[in-house]
Design a binder for this molecule. Sequence first.
Ligand SMILES: Cc1ncc(COP(=O)(O)O)c(C=O)c1O
Length: 371
Amino acid sequence: MSSFKEFLEKTLEDIKSKNLYRERLVIPEDFINFSSNDYLGLKDNPKTKEELIKNIDKLSLGSGASVLVSGYTDIQKELEDFIAKFKQTEKCLVVGSGYMANVGLIQALTTEEDTIFSDELNHASIIDGVRLSKAKKVIYNHTDVEDLEKKLRSISTKGRKYIITDGVFSMEGDIAPLDKIVEVADRYDAVVIVDDAHGTGITGEGRGTLFHFGLKPKDNIIQMGTLSKAVGSYGAFICGCEKLINFLINKMRSVIFTTGLSPIQNFISLENFKLLAKEDFRRVDVLEKASYLYKGLEKKGIKISFHGTPILSYIVGREEEALKIRDRLMENKIFIQAIRPPTVPKGTSRLRITVSYNNTYQQIDKLIDLI
Ligand SMILES: Cc1ncc(COP(=O)(O)O)c(C=O)c1O
């Protein structure tokens, strides 16, 4: 057997030879960033910074324990109550991150008797949650409700059926047909879990993908979202009926066996969430800008997908091609990360362009010019 160091080296060489090597880059301050999930421009918001400075003496730096021990705080409760009201659900549970939310939620809910129906392009945190679960896994074609229904019909199970989908797909920017999914779920007595990491603040006038389709929350729908994207903070939430939240507090390992979020982080999430709810002009503006970018690129003959969200996917196929475009843009002080497998399926390497409220039309024109 090779030494441990040789094993690490060989694996890294192998990744490099496939153009799949990843590095963390610090984006220089003078670069134009089209690769942030800070869609509403809230992550550097001066009003929240000002409120934080005013309140800093009242806030502990850390929560000190799991929320089930002594780490639950007034500010987290206030944040949960605010989100529950915003999402029109009975209750909300704030957890450490979107990744922890999905992994913990799916594992906590499901048993070996159950079946999970998962969209083929769901986020990695959902995939990992399904892997941790003992339930049977069925993958349906991307946003294909006919395929989903065929699979629901053909599986006989003693247990419960769960349908899991991104609300807005993180790499494509398209919106799950939640109206049809909920309709099928009702017919097959299934529970729907919607991951609105990218829908929060964007779809349904900011309230999420359920509201985009004019649907109302109900007991067999679980809405998850992150505080790390349009909210511009860190953490995540799960919204549903009171019994669901009490169940999760008792069963979810990524709530029970981890320290609660820092009160400072929850304070930032609450202040930013209030801005998200109040300042709808941010959402309207970013969607106008995304549409402007799409039209500009289309006029240049560049094939790009746009679905009325701030995520635009410019699929180039090969990894080296995506890296080449990224590097050329960087020479011009524009940053768009090249997204490659395993984040996206093989042969679909791309530039995932995200537009933020903070991007100006001038910056967008520069991008259209250069791409
Ligand atoms: C669809 C989706 N779900 C969950 C997550 C994880 O969220 P977080 O970054 O808060 O862990 C992300 C983003 O990374 C995502 O895109």
